[in-house]
Design a protein around this ligand. Sequence first.
Ligand SMILES: NC(=O)c1ccc[n+]([C@@H]2O[C@H](COP(=O)([O-])OP(=O)(O)OC[C@H]3O[C@@H](n4cnc5c(N)ncnc54)[C@H](OP(=O)(O)O)[C@@H]3O)[C@@H](O)[C@H]2O)c1
Length: 302
Amino acid sequence: MFGDRCDEAESDRILGAAMEQGVTFIDTAASYCNGTTEEILGKIMQGRRDKLFVGTKISKSPDAAWIHECLDESLARLQTEYVDLLMIHWPKPQMNIFAMMEALNSVAEQGKVRYVGCCNFPAWLLAHCNSVAQANGWAKLRCNQIPYNLVERGVEVEVLPQAMAEKIAITVYRPLLMGVLAGKYTPGAPLPVDSRGYNDKRVVDWLERFGDSLNAFARFAADRNLHPAQLAVAWVRKSPGVSHPISGVSSLRQLQASIDAIGVELTDAEYAELTGFFDTAVKEESGGSFVGLRRATDLVAA
Ligand SMILES: NC(=O)c1ccc[n+]([C@@H]2O[C@H](COP(=O)([O-])OP(=O)(O)OC[C@H]3O[C@@H](n4cnc5c(N)ncnc54)[C@H](OP(=O)(O)O)[C@@H]3O)[C@@H](O)[C@H]2O)c1
């Protein structure tokens, strides 16, 4: 959100308040706000870099040359000599997996990166990348960052079990369903003009499809005196296979509910009841549709 939904001064306040309360992990990407997010982060984390675990992403393409170039640009914007976690943002049709893993190993050996990982990779692809790394003695992908929440649960089929079996860290994005699970919207009511959903059809679709479920979710939160965002993040945190959620906050005011989720421990019965509000039959893994692919087989070089 830094530079996009909030300016540098508010970003600084958000980072300060988050760190005061024990937050250590910051997620960013080369592409966020065309590099402005990294630039702002670089400025505001001066003097406290060593207290943060910073993850960034190679956006645009996983090509080997681009990994080197893009990382150097990120390091310059972030004003740091290394990032703790470097992720490939998206898989790409016919990506050269050998060259990508070799390049990731190379930047790790150069000390520019502590760990390497990926986002939005189907389980088979992550396993294949790591078998290439293993065969060559290279750094393996240690993290997969994926969307997961009460509505988007496809990763339960393959990605999460794989992560548990192979000890892959799972960082969850969109835990608040872009604000839909954070009390930002009321099903059937006009969208707030200042919201991300105002220009995003996905939000409209979710509100239409899950109106009754969202109302039940809101009542469940109110009955327990919880902020909806607290409940949404607590559900993600309790889900098997999840290492940690990544909440997006557009203002300091929004931060507290996500942080307060850390104090909420749902019982097994509460977790099951919440899950049951949403009719989201888990049939297939994510991993094909999000990269504009017609078929997952397109990911494999012929
Ligand atoms: N790897 C990837 O491909 C990928 C993709 C997407 C995101 N991410 C990462 O994951 C992070 C989170 O994802 P996300 O921002 O898309 O989704 P999210 O965390 O589910 O939703 C964030 C939105 O929820 C609303 N919100 C947050 N706290 C609130 C509160 N207390 N009260 C009311 N509304 C609240 C805000 O909406 P408004 O701004 O409308 O107020 C905010 O922009 C991103 O910042 C990014 O670092 C990674």
